[in-house]
Design a protein around this ligand. Sequence first.
Ligand code: BGC
Length: 473
Amino acid sequence: MERGAGSTESPTRGFVYRAAALAAVGGLLFGYDTGVISGALLFLRKAFHLSHTAQEVVVSVVLLGALVGALAAGRLTDRFGRRTTLLATSLVFIVGALLCAAAPTVDWLIAGRLVVGVAIGLASTAVPVYISEIAPAAVRGWMVSLFQLAVTLGIVVAYAVDYAFAHVEGWRWMLGLAVVPALVLGAGMLVMPNSPRWLLMQGREAEARQVLDRIREPHEIDGEVREIAASLHQQRGTWRELLTPAVRPALVVGVGLAIFQQVTGINTVIYYAPTILQTAGFSSASGAILATLGIGVVNVLMTVVALPLLDRVGRRPLLLGGIAGMAISLGLLGFAFRSPALAQHLGWASVIGLMLYVGSFALSLGPVFWLLIAEIYPLRIRGLAASLAAAVNWASNGLVALTFLSLIHAVGRSWAFWLYALLSVAAWLFTWLRVPETRGRTLEEIEAAWRSGSLEATTQEGARPYVGRRGRA
Ligand code: BGC
């Protein structure tokens, strides 16, 4: 079960780490391109005389593109491979960034943002799947979560770049600089190997063995090839298969977590923190932006804390603990906006509340969602199923982004936070009832455990059954 755990420091492991870190640059672009617009918008508004609606389109067209990209990624990663899809993704990122940076008109800008969105959607499916398929089981948790770490870093870098170019109104630089990591991703993937699991799925065993030779110890290779080949005989890769009894529980977990990761409100903070802080009493825009940068840094640091815990403590305990923290901090934020006693200190109270909330997210739903959708599905339909979960995530993201300001307008800030708190309670219950523990198991063991029902019905490797649907074959 812990195959390879004892040899995690060998040169072959070094190669896997580099491949994973490189693929995670796709996450950096995801974070950068979603974060950069908050600052750039101030100048785009002026340069193109953007109406309210036009601003909303410029911001949210990325989410539409990401939805399309995530859906397309399923077929592309299965047919052309994870690595080729990532190579294409880097090209799409470059085209999108150049279109935005050079945009002479709003229409060009919107087209550029749509293209960038497609690239983000492609990356959000292909990166976690690629890393999960090259990582040794014992360290897969933190390696796949490098993706989420890169997302959080990308957001902070974007805030910093916005800040740096603000005095020259340099929105073209802000949007165009994404070309740099995109080039790193493309150049790096050129020299990285294909996923051995995808190669075996294509019947290219000799090549798969060559790759395994570079990323595993010699004694691990035969066993891994046998295990992957056995899993391939069990499944057929079609959309319809997602609904078969053997796969449905995993589908429910992926889609459920996709929705809960977004409807518990994370991007109201990532996209609107300066707005929230200004209404809480931060009078200057730069003070609000600086506090937002602080929240972004907490997001990065707590993701770093989560990384080793994923493989040591497990995915479920982190999810349950972190989501509880989210519910509590959201509840407190709701009270802070009501309490007359706090009125004097509301600005700081909300910064602390938002930091607690973002920190709890970074320990739980942030990394664990992207990790689980890359590891809980059978190989033959992994690309399709992960892409469906990612697409649902992007659709839910769009829904929250488009409704947040109207929600605050309709029910007030306190009730908006309490609504997200309630949804966090629902997310906690969903996790408790449905989400399995995958720590330390190979992808093939996870697949076999779903089929036998043992994964569904247990939490820590057979201990402590949880109250859910019982195992079905
Ligand atoms: C989410 C994004 C979010 C980011 C914040 C990701 O896992 O999918 O929507 O902006 O975390 O760190």
